[in-house]
Design a protein around this ligand. Structure first.
Ligand SMILES: Nc1ncnc2c1ncn2[C@@H]1O[C@H](COP(=O)(O)OP(=O)(O)OP(=O)(O)O)[C@@H](O)[C@H]1O
Ligand SMILES: Nc1ncnc2c1ncn2[C@@H]1O[C@H](COP(=O)(O)OP(=O)(O)OP(=O)(O)O)[C@@H](O)[C@H]1O
Ligand SMILES: [Mg+2]
Ligand SMILES: [Mg+2]
Lengths: 221, 221
């Protein structure tokens, strides 16, 4: 469903070019559960941005369902991201002026053009363990792990077929981590594709395939 | 060196009061290495803010070296924080307009009144595994784990006797985590006091004492 062909990402910096990704070849089949592991700074988040079409490669080609992203219009890419991809960011990326509830509701408003008149937003937040009271907190008024869980709920808002999770349990205790991994496992069992960056071997065990990246290159498959 | 007597922290919210800390009694001896563990949202970061005098309790008393913080002037508290405490934040709290180098140098400028004309800033960043090139990146241009390491280096800038670390290895792979725990262990062996929040049992093993917090209350000592 996603193919990366000879993809490189270079950041030109005063001290010298940073090769965040170096001629990467990588593909993900529909319905797979893949874990990506590797040292800090090795290129995992950069790879996730390529897979999720949040960034463009310096060279090489990315194909979504067989179609090259360079042949897609901006509108097509935006629609693809909004309709099919759920992205859980390493730094959560919540909107600080909105409450947890409004943050999760936001993708629904983007898709349907009006506020959520169902219980979906509330159900998603309940599923990640937030109380009705906590849903009214802004991110600043929530703990680190609560913010992480809100970003997980938000990624699931539009029922994505493709889940990209960048260290989804980094700020959670083991009991809560297991609950989140159960949710991801269920979603995968329903036929969705899951790609997860993790540095926790216990979390990686939930995946069917583990890919290791080092210095911007995939070192095993 | 730090005593909390019957400390409570209450956030009044529209949905009802949030009791982040509930009548907490807790003390830390000079030179101890204490780990604080507990579920997401249980009050760990709030407790750290109390210990580090970054926030005031709603009720109860905090004593630093026998002296109550309510009897200290703002200047005294600021000096205490700057001279003796190194704080590694759960969310890093780096200054986005400054480079990694400038972020670590900043506490040195606050203390000495001029830029660092020694190799201290560079040595600290080298110690946490950053290259000379990476030191010139702003936080946005660094990976999650690199940002976490910069915040660790910054906490050590003024050679603190009291280290407060809120999940210092949450974004790091196991090899890098071990390196950071070695650094904290060395600092402790030199006589410093270390208080560390972690949800990783492997990291907690480096401590001499583990304190568990649940729903704003300490449930063991
Ligand atoms: N400014 C605030 N206003 C209202 N409630 C708050 C505020 N800050 C924190 N809280 C609440 O206080 C409780 C404790 O928060 P705290 O950040 O100390 O938890 P924590 O143990 O560090 O959690 P985590 O492991 O997820 O980081 C949480 O339920 C949180 O929602
Ligand atoms: N905007 C940027 N400009 C310059 N260099 C960058 C930029 N973004 C990332 N980098 C560099 O690219 C490399 C890969 O970064 P990336 O965020 O993908 O790493 P990562 O594997 O996710 O690391 P971590 O496990 O620490 O999150 C790092 O060395 C980083 O410093
Ligand atoms: Mg990353
Ligand atoms: Mg916390």
């Amino acid at each position: 469903v996603v193919e990366l062909h000879d993809v490189s990402k270079i950041y030109p910096m005063p001290a010298g070019d940073v090769h965040a990704l170096n001629h990467v070849n990588f593909s993900i089949q529909k319905g797979e559960f893949v874990a990506i592991m590797g040292p800090s700074g090795s290129g995992k988040s950069t790879l996730m941005n390529m897979i999720g079409c949040l960034d463009v490669p310096t060279s090489g080609e990315i194909k979504i369902n067989g179609k090259s992203t360079s042949e897609m219009t901006d509108d097509e890419l935006t629609l693809h991201r909004r309709e099919t991809i759920g992205f859980i960011f390493q730094k959560f990326n919540l909107i600080s002026l909105l409450t947890a509830y409004e943050n999760v509701e936001y993708p629904l408003i983007l898709k349907h053009g009006h506020k959520d008149d169902t219980t979906r937003t509330r159900d998603l937040l309940r599923m990640v363990g937030l109380t009705d009271g906590q849903m009214q907190h802004t991110p600043y008024e929530l703990s680190g792990g609560q913010q992480q869980r809100v970003s997980i709920a938000r990624a699931l808002a539009n029922d994505p077929t493709f889940l990209l999770c960048d260290e989804p349990t980094g700020n959670l205790d083991s009991k809560m981590s297991m609950q989140i991994m159960e949710i991801l496992t269920d979603l995968h069992a329903q036929g969705r594709t899951v790609v997860m960056v993790t540095h926790d071997p216990k979390t990686a065990e939930y995946a069917e395939r583990i890919v290791i990246i080092k210095d911007g290159e995939i070192v095993n498959e």
